[in-house]
Design a protein around this ligand. Structure first.
Ligand SMILES: N[C@@H](CCC(=O)N[C@@H](CS)C(=O)NCC(=O)O)C(=O)O
Length: 259
């Protein structure tokens, strides 16, 4: 039995949901509320010592770190492989998963945290916020969240996130000129890794940046017509949530337009 501990708005968890669905695997869902920091409760830390989502448990075997989880699933359940058949194709695929792990994801909170989490934290009392921050294990994460909470869209993390997202889209446009999907002519773990970021970017209101890259726009449309999309990004299909997200993102785009 496969059990996934995850959160609907976590792109790392969304990567794994895409793989599970693309491969037609059955799995049990356990939502971990990362906004209220349930990920830092002892029972979850026993599974994932860094207190991050996602965590996959497969018949008692615990697998953490979304790229490792994706690779694990594709190897353990090898039918309908999401790895390109050639060594070169796999090298191209891992270029993308490495980019996501090392650059795209570490810079993502400058957009996602500000839009999805900050508004909910701002509704809390100082004591409640202090208690949430105190739970964080990683001092760098605590410092970053504190800064973004205070500075909002003027935080340096916002500028970096926009720059990195733009680089991702530009590189994707180049890759998609050579192949239908990022690492070949079939969807692979590379596509599963980038999907949550591009789809969330569109949801946040960055459609113009995507539209400037017609191949990326087409890639996103193709993904949206696959059954995995509703499982990858279920929250993006609920009009109430979309409207709320857009409302929280609006100050960012207003600042950019004014500049
Ligand atoms: N390298 C990890 C990163 C996981 C990660 O950053 N997870 C975020 C959500 S996308 C999280 O759990 N955040 C909780 C927190 O910041 O307290 C992976 O790929 O799984």
């Amino acid at each position: 039995m496969l059990t996934l501990y995850h959160h609907l708005q976590s792109p790392c968890a969304a990567k794994v949901r895409t793989v599970l669905t693309e491969k037609g695997l059955e799995w049990e869902s356990r939502i971990v509320d990362i906004i209220e920091k349930d990920n830092l409760k002892p029972e979850y830390l026993a599974l994932h010592p860094k207190g991050l989502v996602p965590t996959l448990v497969d018949n008692g075997n615990v697998v953490i770190d979304s790229t490792i989880v994706m690779e694990y699933l594709d190897t353990a359940y090898h039918e309908d492989s999401l790895k390109p058949p050639t060594a070169y194709g796999q090298a191209k695929m891992r270029k993308w998963t490495k980019w996501v792990d090392e650059v795209q994801h570490p810079n993502w909170p400058g957009l996602a945290w500000l839009i999805l989490i900050r508004p909910r934290w701002l509704a809390k009392s100082d004591a409640e916020i202090a208690a949430l921050l105190a739970k964080l294990i990683d001092p760098a994460r605590r410092e970053r969240q504190q800064r973004m909470l205070g500075q909002g869209f003027t935080a340096p993390e916002f500028t970096s996130a926009m720059r990195i997202f733009d680089t991702s889209l530009a590189d994707m446009e180049v890759a998609l000129a050579a192949n239908t999907w990022l690492a070949g002519d079939r969807p692979s773990l590379a596509d599963c890794a980038m999907l949550p970021y591009v789809a969330s970017g569109e949801l946040f209101g960055l459609s113009m940046m995507i539209a400037q890259r017609p191949r990326v726009a087409d890639w996103l449309q193709r993904f949206k017509s696959r059954p995995s999309f509703a499982v990858t990004m279920p929250w993006s299909l609920e009009p109430g949530i979309v409207a709320e997200v857009r409302r929280h993102a609006e100050p960012a785009w207003a600042a950019i337009r004014a500049a």
